[in-house]
Design a protein around this ligand. Structure first.
Ligand code: M6R
Length: 599
């Protein structure tokens, strides 16, 4: 979702901002812009890609202070007019903003009745409000702080004042924002990737704080204007982690990285005695709870459905899995000693965060499983488990999904052992087998590309069926396919199709069936026959040992419980090739954002 980058230093800022915005492209956006200050403010903005913005930026303008933005439309259509930066009426103040201002109509009615607005955005309200308050207070910092204190909702803001070439005003509430520190410069960015080309030193910001970002200093203030001190942290990222290298797309690179990620997880979660290494407080929280509530969205929700299987089957604790955006407004009756597990690749998903805020208020413990340890969900939960997957840039989540399942499996086994349960399951050994199986599959790209060409060349829709844990993998397969290829895809429990959806099966409708579970192998194959009898073009993906003649693809044998980590790989690759052959923008599918920071 929207991204911010700002720089104040000695270098010409255009390239620093454009480079930073390119690093934020993965978050999803539909327009972009920058503003630079040198004697006057110069704004370039476009609807569309950063490449178009590059062409629009005047090369002859030089400046050492600027702010930039990628916008994912919430208030107002994606257009040049609604793209950021936005300016106050006099042109003195220029702003970029991420998030959603919930009370923007109230602010408009109360403070801006006489102001003529130029855009449809809630952002313009903020910059106009700052101008009105500054006219009254004659103190920009006081006006800025007063303005943000009047706002409700989520925001990350960077503001420049045409009359001050030594300050960027920064504020944050609920939306992610970091300050980047340098020798004779400072920066601000939605995430560390956007500033990694200039620094690896960052300061976290807390909600409702404001910052005066200057070349030689960074002053963080609380909502009352009191200075706050904070130690920087070093971003543990390598710039090569966020490059495509020789790959045509990040998604393909990230699919290929999965075996390494699983091996990294084994390494990170094992001690010298080959035992599971886990924060003892997490172990205790798992042991003490009487029910687990997993909260997540999208692919992370699908990983949660499988996490439920691991935890219930191995650790014998009841688990409920909830879609974050629903739970927030429709909280079920909770058990006496609940433990909340938030699963989120980005750690910034606003729907999940909103539940976390509610459950913290109720006093319930929270564990976040995330790929970004410094993220909001990680900071605000009591405990964090890190995925160690490395940055995931493609909008379609792949390696984070399999990493989430691996970490959930380790957590389930650790809890079972802590409870004294006897288990005939060594997660590290089984995950090592999974990593090898993944490698065998990523080596079979040509075969999977052929399957994508044979089954999905021009289809309008596609169904995924499975039973038991295969059903959950089918849900993930269908999400992958629809989000990047725009084929309407749905996942169903094998037995459920005939209760309605089978009416949609026509001559040639693709149906992808997963058959990796012994106890349902017979029945899922029966479901395939039912759809074939009605003309479906079916494809069975089975596991070695359960396969039959005619199966389209056979995955290597792994432990029953861990098959999702492996069976999803052909689905990821089939989706990738289906999207590629339809000329879709694989890494940046339309309308989607990587990090969904608005509810
Ligand atoms: O960062 P999160 O894991 O919280 O994100 C949740 C979903 O937005 C995300 O999984 C989304 O569904 C992906 N685009 C799926 O590929």
């Amino acid at each position: 979702m929207c991204g911010i980058v700002g720089y104040i230093g000695q270098e010409d800022t255009k390239e620093i901002l454009l480079n930073g915005l390119e690093k934020l492209e993965y978050r999803g956006y539909d327009s972009a812009g920058i503003a630079t200050l040198n004697g006057g403010v110069n704004i370039s903005k476009v609807k569309g890609r950063i490449a178009t913005l590059r062409e629009a930026v005047d090369e002859n303008i030089h400046s050492t202070l600027g702010i930039g933005h990628t916008r994912w439309a919430t208030h107002g259509a994606p257009s040049k007019e609604n793209a950021h930066p936005h300016q106050s009426t006099s042109g003195r103040f220029t702003i970029v903003h991420n998030g959603v201002i919930e009370n923007y109509m109230d602010v408009k009615n109360e403070y801006l009745a006489d102001v003529e607005l130029k855009s449809e955005t809630d952002t313009e309200i903020i910059v106009q409000l700052i101008e009105v308050l500054n006219n009254e207070l004659q103190d920009v910092n006081a006006a800025f702080r007063k303005a943000v204190n009047l706002l409700t909702g989520s925001y990350a803001i960077a503001l420049i004042d045409a009359e001050d070439e030594n300050t960027i005003y920064v504020a944050k509430n609920k939306s992610p924002l970091l300050v980047g520190l340098g020798e004779d410069f400072n920066a601000v960015a939605s995430d560390s990737m956007a500033a990694l080309h200039i620094t690896d030193q960052f300061l976290e910001l807390m909600d409702k704080e404001t910052v005066l970002l200057r070349r030689e200093e960074v002053i963080i203030q609380d909502p009352n204007g009191k200075n706050v001190t904070r130690e920087p942290f070093t971003a543990e990222l390598d710039t090569t982690d966020i490059e495509k290298g020789t790959y045509p797309h990040f998604m393909l690179k990230e699919i290929d990285e999965q075996p390494f990620v699983i091996r990294k997880i084994i390494q990170q979660y094992k001690n010298e005695d080959d035992q599971i290494k886990l924060d003892p407080e997490i172990r205790e929280a798992m042991k003490q709870c009487d029910r687990i509530y997993i909260i997540a969205a999208g692919t992370s929700y699908h990983a949660g459905l499988l996490g439920k299987q691991f935890i219930e089957k191995l650790a014998n604790i009841p688990v409920e899995v909830h879609v974050a955006s629903e739970f927030s407004y429709n909280m079920p009756l909770l058990s006496e000693k609940p433990l909340f597990i938030y699963i989120s690749q980005s750690g910034e998903t606003a729907d999940s965060r909103s539940v976390l805020v509610q459950t913290k208020e109720l006093g319930h413990p929270a564990l976040t499983i995330t790929n970004v340890p410094g993220s909001t969900l990680s900071r605000e939960a009591d405990y964090t488990l890190h995925l160690h997957a490395g940055p995931e840039i493609a909008v379609a989540s792949t390696k984070a999904y399999t990493a989430q399942m691996a970490v959930l499996a380790i957590l389930a086994v650790d809890t079972a052992r802590a409870k004294g349960l006897e288990l005939d399951f060594d997660p590290m050994q089984e995950l090592a087998i999974v990593a090898n199986a993944m490698e065998a599959l990523t080596d079979q790209k040509e075969a999977l590309e052929e399957l994508a060409k044979d089954y999905l060349p021009t289809t309008r829709n596609c169904f995924f069926i499975g039973r038991g844990i295969d059903f959950y993998v089918g849900l993930e397969g269908s999400l992958k396919l629809k989000e990047i290829s725009y084929i309407q895809a749905e996942g169903f429990a094998g037995g459920e199709l005939k209760h309605g959806t089978i009416a949609l099966i026509e001559e040639g409708t693709p149906v992808i069936a997963l058959a990796t579970q012994k106890n349902v192998n017979y029945s899922i194959r029966g479901n395939v026959q039912e759809v074939e009898a009605r003309g479906a073009n079916s494809m069975i993906i089975s596991m070695k040992g359960l396969n039959k003649d005619g199966d389209a693809f056979v995955i290597p044998h792994v432990h029953d419980l861990l098959t999702p980590l492996v069976s999803v790989i052909p689905l990821q690759l089939i989706s990738y090739y289906a999207a590629l052959h339809r000329d879709c923008d694989v890494d940046k599918p339309r309308n989607l954002a990587k990090s969904v920071t608005v509810e």
